[in-house]
Write a protein that binds this ligand. Structure first.
Ligand SMILES: [Zn+2]
Length: 238
C-alpha cells in the first residue's frame, strides 16, 4: 500500500487512545480467528481473502506465519497470465488484477456493454455499476455470462492456489472476504481448478471451503491478538 508505507498506525492509534495497540493485516487476523475457533485442532492451513485484493494468511505448526519482514502470504501478485492486464504493482496478469472483486465488476460491465447479458445490462442501466453481488444474483437467475465470469475468476484463483498448495501442503484452505457472498459456483470453480492442477499427494486430504467464522473471522482474530499479546507482555502464554 504505497501511500501507507512507513506510516506507523500503531503510534497514531496509541496517541488517540492512550492504550496498548497491536496491529496486523486483515488476513492474518482472519487466520488467527479461525485458529482460535478450531482450538488448535488444525495445525497447517491457509486463509485466502478475496475482496478488492487477494491475500493469504498462513498457519504453520499451529502459529500464524508472517515471514522475515511480515509480508508472507502476499499471493495477490502471483502471475496467472503473462499476457494479462497490467496490475497496479506494475506487472502483468497478477491474480488480484484478474480475479478479485473489481475484476468481476469489470468483466460484468464488459458483458453488459457488449450485449452478452440482458440481466447485467439492465443492472448497469439501473445502478451505473455492477458489483460482484449483482453478478452472483444474475448467476442465480441463470444468466450464462454471469456464470462464465464466476467460473473464470474462480478458476484463476484456483490456478494460483494450486501452486501455493503444492508448496505448502495445507490440510485446509478457507476462503473468506466479500467473495463468499458469490456463493457455491465460485467455490466449486476454485476446487475444480486446484484439484486438477495440484499434485495428488498435496490434495489427498485437502479441504477447500468458505471461512466458518465468515465476516466475524477478522474481528475475532483482532480480539485474540490483543489478548495474546497482552498475556505475553505479562509473562503468560506464548
Ligand atoms: Zn500485481
Amino acid at each position: 500500500m504505497p501511500n501507507w508505507d512507513g506510516f506507523s498506525i500503531r503510534d497514531y492509534l496509541r496517541e488517540e487512545y492512550s492504550a496498548p495497540v497491536f496491529v496486523d493485516n486483515d488476513v492474518n487476523l482472519m487466520a488467527l480467528g479461525e485458529l482460535w475457533r478450531l482450538q488448535r485442532s488444525l495445525q497447517n492451513f491457509l486463509v485466502i481473502k478475496v475482496g478488492t485484493g487477494i491475500g493469504c494468511g498462513i498457519v504453520c505448526h499451529g502459529e500464524v506465519y508472517r515471514g522475515a519482514n511480515g509480508s508472507a502470504g502476499d499471493v495477490g501478485h502471483i502471475c496467472v497470465d503473462t499476457a494479462g492486464p497490467r496490475c497496479h504493482c506494475g506487472n502483468l496478469g497478477c491474480v488480484e488484477t484478474m480475479a478479485a472483486g473489481p475484476a468481476i465488476s469489470r468483466l460484468a460491465t464488459e458483458a453488459a456493454m457488449s450485449g452478452e447479458s440482458e440481466l447485467l445490462a439492465a443492472c448497469l442501466a439501473d445502478k451505473g455499476i455492477i458489483t460482484p453481488e449483482d453478478v452472483s444474483q444474475a448467476s442465480r437467475n441463470g444468466d450464462a455470462a454471469a456464470n462464465r465470469i464466476i467460473q473464470h475468476t474462480g478458476n484463476l484463483i484456483g490456478q494460483m492456489l494450486a501452486s501455493v498448495v503444492n508448496f505448502f501442503n495445507p490440510s485446509h484452505v478457507f476462503i473468506g472476504g466479500g467473495i463468499t457472498r458469490v456463493g457455491p459456483l465460485f467455490l466449486a470453480s476454485v476446487r475444480q481448478s486446484v484439484y486438477q492442477r495440484s499434485l495428488a499427494l498435496s490434495t489427498r486430504h485437502l479441504e477447500i471451503q468458505y471461512t466458518p467464522l465468515a465476516e466475524q473471522a477478522g474481528l475475532v482474530g483482532a480480539g485474540v491478538l490483543a489478548m495474546q499479546e497482552t498475556l505475553k507482555k505479562r509473562g503468560f502464554g506464548r
